[in-house]
Design a protein around this ligand. Structure first.
Ligand code: T4K
Length: 369
């Protein structure tokens, strides 16, 4: 039976129904549903602990978390980022009235190529927004060395990197701030949701104001803020999911291991090499088809015909979007352009069974009945 079940690129982890219902019961008693209620406060504290970061603020989603962090830093001019990401990364820069400047990525882990960073810096540059894409850690030391030399802020898009550690240090400790996404499709989710980790206390105060219309107190509005508060239902979902998170990541690890068993060493199929000292979260399983007997698009179509929804994350590149292509030339980021045409992210989630991973691999390897 399970052989015929459609498989999508991911599937939200759900807490047991009764547990969630029981956990939201107090909301009917208090009728306090949003505006930094007690569950919001509890989740903020728990996540600060789980991610081992000095400070953390929660948001309605990851995008608003990033957009408001850039606003809180009062950046000006140009911000360097990569085009190999989800739309959100560049949009957050543009929606702050800043100009994105695209730096290429490296072909090992698809993060910003720090050797090409300095040539993108001008006197207008105020910050760098690198992306820990697929949960791969950026070249943090080199990026931060260059940032320091030029007096630039570093804000990581860590949407994919929840729980990732290097030599025991949580990923949210790098740079001036790191944005995490808690979207339904992520390793840890609050339905929609996001958070920012940082160390500077005054940044936290500004983020609190900005996500609540810039209101400081009942009679003082200091900033032109927006509304980006996480509500209590989201926070409860997060608290329930956090209890099971380590188990969910362990299950994802088994999925990734099975893919590696089946696909490693196949000529023309390239898997991401695990990074030294990095404990991953197995958020995504990207595969590069380069010189394989079939191209990426053909594999995508074959999988789709078999009811398997792999995704071309991240194709097209952001600098090829309708809204950006007039200002940018994607050929200036050739590695990103090359990989975007060849990458496919395979289904990866805790509930994915080994038999389903095998079915996916059979289709890719042309071994299905
Ligand atoms: N930066 C980066 C690098 C990001 O990847 C993202 C988000 C952000 C910033 C912004 O963070 P948020 O503001 O979203 O917190 C999905 C997600 O919506 C998006 O959060 C994510 N990146 C992006 C990579 O993937 P779509 O358009 O591909 O989603 P969709 O609706 O096609 O869903 C993908 C699959 O997930 C479905 O085939 C089935 C499964 N799914 C989906 C939903 C909505 C579930 O199992 N449950 C669900 O509720 O963008």
């Amino acid at each position: 039976m399970s052989e015929k079940k459609p498989i999508l690129v991911t599937r939200s982890s759900m807490p047991p129904y009764e547990e969630f219902i029981e956990a939201i019961r107090p909301l009917w008693e208090s009728a306090w549903l949003t505006n930094m209620g007690c569950f919001h406060q509890e989740l903020e504290a728990r996540l600060t602990e789980y991610l081992q970061v000095p400070r953390m603020k929660l948001f309605v989603n990851g995008h608003q978390a990033l957009e408001m962090t850039l606003q809180a830093m009062e950046l000006r001019g140009e911000v360097i980022t990569t085009p190999f990401s989800f739309a959100s990364t560049t949009h957050a820069i543009v929606r702050n009235g800043l100009t994105p400047v695209f730096c290429d990525i490296n072909s090992e882990d698809y993060t910003l190529d720090a050797t090409k960073l300095e040539e993108r810096i001008t006197e207008k540059t105020s910050a760098i927004v690198p992306v820990h894409v697929y949960g791969n850690l950026c070249q943090v030391e080199e990026i931060e060395r260059i940032a320091k030399k030029h007096g630039l802020k570093v804000i990581y898009d860590a949407a994919h990197a929840f729980g990732v550690k290097r030599n025991g240090v949580g990923v949210g400790n790098f740079g001036d701030a790191s944005m995490f996404s808690f979207h339904a499709t992520k390793v840890f989710h609050t339905i929609e949701g996001g958070g920012v980790a940082f160390s500077e206390e005054s940044l936290g105060t500004r983020l609190d104001y900005l996500k609540n219309f810039g209101i400081v107190d009942k009679e003082t509005v200091k900033y032109a803020g927006g509304n980006a508060k996480m509500n209590e239902f989201q926070a409860v979902m997060g608290l329930c999911n956090l209890r099971r998170l380590d188990g969910e990541i362990a299950k994802r690890k088994r999925v990734a291991a099975r893919y590696r068993e089946r696909l490693s060493g196949v000529p023309g199929i390239r898997l991401t090499r695990p990074q030294e000292g990095v404990t991953g979260n197995y958020a995504y399983f990207p595969v590069i088809f380069d010189g394989y007997s079939a191209g990426r698009d053909e594999i995508y179509d074959r999988l789709a015909a078999a009811g398997i929804g792999a995704r071309k994350y991240f194709y097209p590149l952001i600098n090829r979007y309708d809204c950006y292509r007039a200002q940018y030339d994607y050929r200036e980021t050739p590695v990103a352009a090359y990989l975007a045409d060849r990458v496919l992210t395979l289904p990866c989630y805790a509930e994915l069974e080994e038999i389903e991973v095998d079915r996916i691999c059979d289709v890719i390897l042309g071994e299905q009945e």
